[in-house]
Design a protein around this ligand. Structure first.
Ligand code: ATP
Ligand code: MG
Length: 138
């Protein structure tokens, strides 16, 4: 089992000034930040990142949203990182997210849901490599 996951704080949350509070939750939950940056995805890069959802009806909306503003990307380390982080962020739709989760407290809708979290160890590695060069991690 890998101990690495990857996250992005999405444009809705950075735009509403939630970045600091969300990073605080992540650290308090026991994740160690291994890489971190504030950046903006082009539509092309956002489309590539979410290419797995290409055939879904919400793909165009998702790409437009993810390239609409700044994001904060991070590689996080913790035992059982992928599963524990998905638990910390809550369900994709904040209306179904458990109390105390990041999406419950900071997300507005299923489309604009504040944070991304990798769904597998394999994707955590792929996504971390997509956003970070070797110079940006240690
Ligand atoms: P993420 O991959 O961003 O962590 P997730 O794994 O919880 O989210 P996915 O099924 O991978 O959910 O969907 C990716 C993203 O696509 C969601 O986070 C959300 O922003 C968007 N999305 C998913 N379902 C819908 C929908 N029904 N309508 C609009 N947007 C959606
Ligand atoms: Mg996903």
């Amino acid at each position: 089992m890998s101990n690495i996951t990857f996250t992005m704080i999405k444009p809705d949350a950075t735009g509403k000034g939630f970045t600091g509070a969300i990073i605080d939750r992540i650290i308090k939950a026991g994740f160690v930040i291994k890489a971190l940056k504030w950046t903006k995805l082009s539509a092309e890069k956002a489309g590539e990142f979410y290419a797995i959802h290409k055939e879904r009806p919400f793909y165009g909306e998702l790409v437009e949203f993810m390239s609409s503003g700044t994001i904060v990307a991070a590689i996080l380390e913790k035992d059982n990182a992928v599963a524990d982080f998905r638990k910390l962020i809550g369900a994709t739709n904040p209306a179904h997210a458990d109390a105390g989760t990041i999406r419950k407290d900071f997300a507005a809708s299923v489309g604009e849901n504040a944070v991304h979290g990798s769904d597998s160890d394999e994707n955590a590695i792929i996504e971390g490599n997509f956003l970070f060069s070797s110079l940006e991690r240690f």
